[in-house]
Design a protein around this ligand. Sequence first.
Ligand code: NAP
Length: 332
Amino acid sequence: MVTSRQWLIDGRPRGRAVREDDFKLVETEIDAPGEGEMLLKTRYLAFDPAQKGWMENIADYVAPTEIGDVMRGSAISEVVESRGGKFDKGTVVVGSTGWTEYQVSDGSELTPVSDELPPTAMMSVLGTTGMTAYCGLFKVGKPVAGDTVLVSGAAGATGSVVGQLAKLSGCRAVGIAGGADKCRWLVQEAGYDAAIDYKNDDVRKKIGEHCPGGVDVVFDNVGGKILDDMLAHIATKARVVVCGGISRYETGDMPAGPQNYFNLIFRRARMEGFIVIDWAAEFPAIRKRMAGFVKDGKLSYQEDIQHGFENAPRTMQRLFTGANRGKQLLEL
Ligand SMILES: NC(=O)c1ccc[n+]([C@@H]2O[C@H](COP(=O)([O-])OP(=O)(O)OC[C@H]3O[C@@H](n4cnc5c(N)ncnc54)[C@H](OP(=O)(O)O)[C@@H]3O)[C@@H](O)[C@H]2O)c1
């Protein structure tokens, strides 16, 4: 038996910002693993804007959550005891194990971390984030060399990878992010051709200046007014990839739709949403390819590592204030 702290869901932050009191910290006794099971000790938690939607039960691609459930989320854990379980003691694994310090598992939903990059990469560039960038861009956006690719939320974990993959495919990449620092980083470090600061620039005007021939692929992580501004500049036969809409995650039940959607008609364009897990069977192959890009120095990624299990709710809030620099992680 081991004592484990756990964060439980204690509120539904629908139509507002997520608050610390939407969570409750408890201590629970975890039973020793049985035959064929393992005791896992969590090392890192990963944070994704979608977790807010899971607390609100607005997403139907995952099972609903209940008040009192352990907060759902991905984590890297170490097997600290194995009683003939799927993995040996000492194996480091990744899975959706939630906000708990310890847990018992049969290993069925766990993947050992890749030894090609540091373990945390399995939650950033080789994890859901990297897979989202890759699948959203290539399977939905379908860029061809010479295209202009415009990315919102460009300095984030997903967006920064999208821009680099676009460049690797011979495209021009333009990013939209909040603040001069992030925009400087996009151009100087992440290899974007140009960056637009949505907090200080006239976004619609700047897109026109940076994308004079129109935008062939829009990769939208933000929604709202920024999506409208991007739709105003799509090229003929553009592909608008709807990855996320973080500007709307704190607004009411029915945010207004895009005003500029008529441009989809005028430009004979396509707008398509996706859920990355639909390509889960391809993740091992994509992961190998992405690891190769990183090792060859063609793809860089940022991780923002906070510390302390007690800081999990505050760490999640960082995604919605833009405080995070790259993939938001928490080391326990
Ligand atoms: N479709 C899928 O299968 C799938 C899978 C995973 C993730 N996603 C989506 O991908 C997007 C990016 O996720 P991520 O994990 O990579 O997070 P992230 O981009 O690393 O972090 C979120 C960023 O969003 C920006 N942001 C926050 N509030 C904003 C607002 N009101 N307006 C404009 N920008 C705002 C902030 O950057 P600034 O400082 O630039 O504002 C913040 O750093 C999210 O929309 C997420 O839901 C989709």
